[in-house]
Design a protein around this ligand. Sequence first.
Ligand SMILES: *[C@@H]1O[C@H](CO)[C@@H](O)[C@H](O)[C@H]1NC(C)=O
Ligand SMILES: *[C@@H]1O[C@H](CO)[C@@H](O)[C@H](O)[C@H]1NC(C)=O
Ligand SMILES: *[C@@H]1O[C@H](CO)[C@@H](O)[C@H](O)[C@H]1NC(C)=O
Length: 365
Amino acid sequence: MMRLYSCIFLTLYTIVTILSDNVVATRGIGKPKGGVWWYLGVTNAYRNPARDRRAKDNTARCNIPYLNKKQRQLCYKDADLLGIISDGAARGIEECQSQFLERHWNCTIFNTTNVFGRVAKLKSRETAFIYAIQSAGMMYALTRSCAKGELRDCSCDPNIEYVRKTSNFQWGGCSENIAFGHKFAQKFVDAMENKQRPSGHMNLWNNEAGRKAIKSNMKLLCKCHGVSGSCSIKVCWRIMDSFKKIGTNLKDRYDGATMVKLSRKKKILKAKNNRLKPPTKTDLVYLVDSPSFCEKNKQSGAVGTTGRLCNMTSAGLDSCTILCCGRGYDSYIKDVVEECKCEFIWCCDVRCQKCRFKVEQQFCK
Ligand SMILES: *[C@@H]1O[C@H](CO)[C@@H](O)[C@H](O)[C@H]1NC(C)=O
Ligand SMILES: *[C@@H]1O[C@H](CO)[C@@H](O)[C@H](O)[C@H]1NC(C)=O
Ligand SMILES: *[C@@H]1O[C@H](CO)[C@@H](O)[C@H](O)[C@H]1NC(C)=O
């Protein structure tokens, strides 16, 4: 009898979990649930001078609706974290838009608390990229702040001495402490996810892939010392590569992302097509095929490509043929005014003329 009950309970529990997964996917946006710390990247709602003045402690400053309980607890320890979260989120959003400028889905953002609208809940490749780039943005911001000495409880990488060297130099300066950035970002970002759900597994995987992209894109910065530039002593330290480089890396991972499913028995993600090689920890994974982003679609959150600027002479994804999805385009002549024929006038002025010229631009129908 006991077994029967627990069996029924388990089945119900599973149904509820699956249902609630779908509820999140279709409930619409605006509720502070799922991905909401991203909102600090588009609003300065976390800066509330009146509240901050009244706030006796961090608790008041950190109790903002875009953070969940675990995230607030991290914030209580150091309220400066709010600025860093905001910086990390903004970095991710900006890079997402720049990487997808020419695509059907151009990383459209909305004035909603989950920023990316329904696309963030689709469990598609786009969702995978969003999670990875936001997670990377957070780790990047944390690591940078740490190196600048803006954060308590962290310092330059103390273990750098043990990193294998390939050429002749001394470690010195401040090597960025990615171990700290990784650990802290993981605590903060992964706190959003529920491992009972397939989408939770997917998001955690992509969050980690985002952090791994930073780890595999470190570079060396060196300074020469010695008599008259002889460079007899070379001192180097390790820093993260530009965030653009990390974005490009993740965009490549987006193009090669693996469709996965959650294995029921072991609760791990496996390639859906078992003839494909299993995804590695640096790969992005997704659960559901992407919808078409050609036309506006309320259900998927696609805004369509109507009105997008396309390039008639390009053979790439921004070509009018591809970007406009075969609907054709309208051409407009635009007047452009630019400063030109600039002259240097002694001393110290630059005078320019205004030149007018016309450019033809194409926009998707
Ligand atoms: C976004 O929404 C908030 C709250 O609804 C509003 O105060 C703010 O002005 C909006 N921002 C933009 C850019 O529309
Ligand atoms: C993305 O596309 C939408 C819809 O066509 C457009 O309104 C928006 O300005 C584009 N965003 C960027 C960053 O280019
Ligand atoms: C359009 O594409 C061509 C070929 O790729 C490129 O040379 C040109 O700069 C592009 N024009 C614009 C406005 O981006």
